[in-house]
Design a protein around this ligand. Structure first.
Ligand code: PHE
Length: 463
């Protein structure tokens, strides 16, 4: 064990007792509640549609099974070891690594505002369906007319932030986790059912083929960059959330098993959402319909609902449950800046939440206006949503991920982390993979991805 690792061990032993997750399944569900959200149902199908269907799906599965699970293991173990939140965890591990903790804290500050724009859309659709507007929502142009407006989308994103803010202010994550336990299974059953229905639509099989059949000839660095971005986002990695959750984890809980369960739940939901959305888009609009980007889910699903018996009711339920899933992710995003404001300025939780909420509404304005009056403003061909998500998941997150694997692979050493993983007494079956990944494969690939993404953004290379 290296010197840092030994000192880390002492620090951990001296650390004050920290609250812990009461049950094993409680931890898995809390982590899965953070992971499963808009990223799975809204973003995954749109990324898959944009970046080559089956080719993207293939790259995505490879990335999750390697990077994703390794990074999640590293983060949870780092948290359980240091019993600290990211800022402290990175600093404790090595002074020079403190900057990684700071960057990790920045990620949710960038993501939460644009996440709220999409959360606001979901709220709006839920409201529309609940108030009998199902057929209006299925009309062409409904989505564009709504999102390109100014005040209506601002109202709905503020509503989304307000709900998150109230929950974070009251610190009732426990309550929301309970809602999650009920809502999540219903939601999963529902999207599986909807996917089965969507596959029976005439013309769905062409979409299915596009989604499932990889075309290895078109596999490029871009596919892997997109898959990595999406996997970090979807698994809630590279921003310290899993470090924080890990710091509440009991020694008797198997990290390895939890990671696999979280990975399967999150990836399973994304996969099924793709099965639902992509064949449905192709059935209603042909292959060309896949180019709609961020609007994919909002344009297609209302049409699916309109085509089915009882669709108005099912649509209402769907968008409402989607809203709940978005909130359980949203509060995990909002918690980080709120806790930081509390600590740094010595404010009460409600005050800190209010400040973060107001700040987030302001930061969300460019993103929402980017679909309307500011749509002419583009950076490297991206609208504001594209710019914001570029900053978070093309720039910041790979840097944080790189810092994390370097910390694990080279500073404290994979052996020390493996020892934390083995604290429950069971063998760490993926230890070899973990070691090779954190020392060599992940650092090299992440560095490559970062450099490529920047050269692409700067227009130096075209993929
Ligand atoms: N993973 C969430 C989703 O897929 C989004 C999220 C990202 C939540 C990062 C928390 C942290 O919707």
């Amino acid at each position: 064990m290296s010197e840092q690792a030994a000192s880390l061990e002492r620090t951990a032993a001296d650390a004050p007792k920290r609250s812990v997750f009461r049950t094993k399944i409680g931890f898995v569900l809390a982590a899965a509640g953070s992971a499963v959200g808009l990223g799975n149902v809204w973003r995954f199908p749109y990324f898959a549609a944009t970046y080559g269907g089956g080719t993207f799906l293939f790259a995505y599965l490879v990335v999750v099974a390697t990077f994703g699970l390794v990074l999640m293991t590293a983060e949870i173990a780092l948290g359980r070891w240091t019993r600290l939140s990211p800022l402290g965890a990175f600093r404790k591990a090595h002074r020079k690594m403190a900057v990684v903790g700071v960057l990790a804290m920045l990620v949710p500050i960038v993501i939460f505002p644009y996440y709220s724009v999409i959360g606001g859309w979901v709220f709006r659709y839920s409201f529309t369906f609940l108030t009998g507007g199902a057929s209006a929502a299925a009309e062409a142009g409904y989505f564009g007319a709504f999102t390109s407006g100014t005040w209506a989308p601002i109202f709905w994103l503020a509503a989304f932030i307000a709900v998150n803010g109230i929950l974070v202010a009251r610190g009732v994550q426990k309550g929301i986790e309970k809602i999650n336990v009920v809502a999540m299974p219903i939601f999963i059953v529902m999207i599986v059912g909807l996917a089965v229905y969507a596959l029976t639509l005439p013309g769905a099989s062409e979409g299915l083929g596009h989604y499932l059949r990889p075309d290895f000839g078109s596999l490029s660095a871009l596919t892997f960059i997109a898959a990595t971005r999406q996997s970090f986002f979807s698994l809630s990695l590279a921003m310290g959330i899993m470090i924080t959750y890990g710091s509440y984890l009991k020694k008797s809980t198997s990290i390895e098993r939890s990671v696999i369960q979280i990975g399967i739940i999150d990836t399973g939901v994304s996969f099924v959402a793709g099965l639902l959305v992509i064949p449905a888009v192709v059935a209603f609009m042909g292959i060309g319909g896949l180019g709609q980007g961020a609007g994919l889910m909002f344009v297609t699903l209302p049409q699916v609902f309109a085509s089915m018996p009882g669709g108005a009711l099912i649509g209402a339920l769907f968008f409402t449950l989607m809203g709940v899933a978005a909130i359980t992710s949203g509060i995990s995003l909002m918690e980080v800046p709120t806790a930081t404001v509390m600590e740094k300025f010595g404010l009460s939780r409600p005050r800190a939440a209010l400040i973060v909420a107001v700040g987030s509404v302001l930061l969300a304005l460019p993103t929402t206006l980017g679909f309307g009056v500011w749509s002419g403003f583009q950076v490297a061909g991206m609208n504001m949503l594209g710019v914001m998500s570029f900053i978070s998941d093309t720039a910041l997150m790979p840097v944080v991920a790189l810092g994390t694997v370097l910390l694990v692979g080279w500073v404290v050493g994979p052996r020390a982390i493996a020892a934390v993983v083995k604290e429950d007494g069971a063998p760490f079956r993926m230890e070899k993979l973990f070691t090779v990944m954190t020392k060599w494969v992940a650092p090299v690939l992440l560095l490559g991805l970062l450099v490529t993404a920047f050269l692409m953004a700067a227009g130096v290379i075209v993929l």
